[in-house]
Design a protein around this ligand. Structure first.
Ligand code: GH3
Ligand code: MG
Ligand code: MG
Ligand code: MG
Length: 315
């Protein structure tokens, strides 16, 4: 389509196509009470490759937002029945941060103060109506690009580079919130501290690279087994997990099953050599004091597991 118009280079066309494809995973919500305006904006967005949802007012918009995880961008009119655009922004910002969900407010040229009102209340950007096609697509693209950039930065800040597991920073940020939630709702919360056995010997005998590979493989096995829960690499060959909804026995038996699985499956090195590793773990369910305290207790049990001979779960 772009090439046919004859005005653009092959590279330009390729860039457009790539963007169309990457936009397909993003849903945009258009909120406007005017049928003409809503349909027009939706059509512009579809041409940019986005999945488009539409609502006629703020109340409807919030319902759609809560039901759709894929919505990353909202474009909202100001004047609407039931809930206006600024009220909608305020409501959304209680739950969704600017860096996770972009909101662009639409304001008429007759009310210049509206754009400021939108931004003050948490909109990322605004557009004055009427806007032209080029201006609209550029604004949308710029906002989606900064959203993607922030997501990449967050991902880099929260992931462990070697194993791809969540890192310590992410674990404590999410863990503190999870801990408070479980205390408030009187839900059980099991904490696990887990450490590979005699891992220094793996490095000594097979080399650091093999050690890295073992860490990745075991992290992957643990990640799969604990996918419903908060799981992270705490550092070195130590991992931590929080298992909301599980009491001590349930958590200990889940971790024991993982222990058996890890210990019974060899890691195959590039040389073809098979390497068996195991881990020991401590599990606790003591929510009386703090998350740090709970983890310190789990660590104490881990120490006992090591003393008792390793490849053991104590909880
Ligand atoms: P224990 O059963 O008592 O836990 O013995 P251990 O040898 O596992 O414990 P120790 O704390 O003495 O050694 C941990 C080793 O883990 C030492 C360190 O070199 C290694 N290690 C930590 N992080 C990494 C990593 O990212 N890659 C590799 N290859 N090794 C690591
Ligand atoms: Mg309106
Ligand atoms: Mg160890
Ligand atoms: Mg250790």
């Amino acid at each position: 389509y772009v090439v046919k118009e004859g005005r653009y280079s092959y590279e330009y066309a390729l860039g457009v196509v790539k963007r169309l494809v990457s936009n397909q995973s993003i849903s945009v919500l258009v909120v406007d009470d005017s049928d003409v305006s809503r349909t027009y904006i939706s059509e512009l967005l579809r041409r940019q490759g986005f999945q488009v949802l539409a609502a006629q007012n703020g109340v409807e918009a919030i319902k759609l937002l809560l039901a759709n995880d894929a919505i990353r961008l909202i474009i909202t009119d100001y004047h609407m029945p039931k809930m206006d655009g600024v009220e909608l922004v305020k409501n959304i910002r209680h739950k969704y941060e600017k860096s996770d969900l972009v909101i662009i407010g639409l304001s008429g040229q007759d009310q210049p103060s509206l754009s400021a009102k939108f931004i003050k209340n948490g909109a990322n950007d605004f557009l004055n109506k009427p806007f032209n096609y080029e201006e609209f697509t550029c604004r949308v693209r710029a906002n989606v690009e900064s959203l993607e950039l922030i997501q990449q930065i967050k991902e880099a800040a929260y992931r462990d580079y070697l194993t791809g597991a969540w890192n310590r920073r992410y674990f404590f940020e999410q863990g503190e919130a999870l801990y408070r939630e479980c205390v408030e709702t009187r839900k059980p919360l099991a904490a696990v501290v887990l450490d590979l056995d005699r891992f220094k010997a793996v490095n000594d005998e097979y080399g650091h690279e093999a050690g890295d590979q073992v860490l990745s493989v075991v992290a992957q096995q643990l990640h799969q087994g604990l996918s419903r829960f908060l799981f992270a690499r705490a550092g070195g060959e130590e991992f931590v997990a929080l298992l909301p909804g599980l009491d001590n026995d349930q958590a200990a038996s889940l971790i024991s099953r993982l222990r058996q699985m890890v210990a019974s499956q060899p890691v195959v090195l590039p040389s073809g050599e098979e390497l068996y590793v195991s881990f020991s773990a401590g599990v606790t369910n003591d929510l009386r004091d703090s998350l740090d305290h709970q983890l310190a207790l789990a660590d104490e049990y881990l120490y006992r597991a090591k003393e008792a001979g390793r490849n053991i779960v104590i909880g």
